[in-house]
Write a new protein. Structure first.
Length: 107
């Protein structure tokens, strides 16, 4: 079980990343954590790069609170339900947000 946001980006996402699912894709995801740091997740032809910070031109920006993101990563809530209930706001290309579940499936 993950208990802080840094673990999500330094442990959970790298552990769950499925390179084969992103072999032909290229996308930049901006995570704006409401009560924490911002993170940039780049998927490029099967490679993953995660950095703290802000990207100038991401394909998809996700705004979410730290507790809501931890609930998703820990399997307490789906990304779809978080979106439908307003806990997750998505800006940019929605199809990229949908791909996140394919790149980072739950354990």
């Amino acid at each position: 079980m993950y208990t802080d946001i840094e673990q999500v980006f330094t442990e959970a996402l790298p552990k769950r990343f499925r390179a084969i699912q992103s072999a032909t894709d290229k996308a930049v995801f901006q995570f704006k954590i409401i009560d924490s740091k911002n993170w940039v997740v780049t998927v490029d032809s099967g490679n993953l790069d995660i950095k703290e910070g802000v990207h100038d031109n991401p394909q998809c920006t996700l705004r979410i609170s730290a507790p809501a993101l931890l609930d998703i990563v820990n399997g307490k809530e789906s990304i779809q339900l978080a979106f439908m209930t307003g806990k997750l706001q998505i800006e940019g290309d929605l199809p990229y947000a949908i791909k996140l579940a394919h790149y980072f499936p739950a354990d």
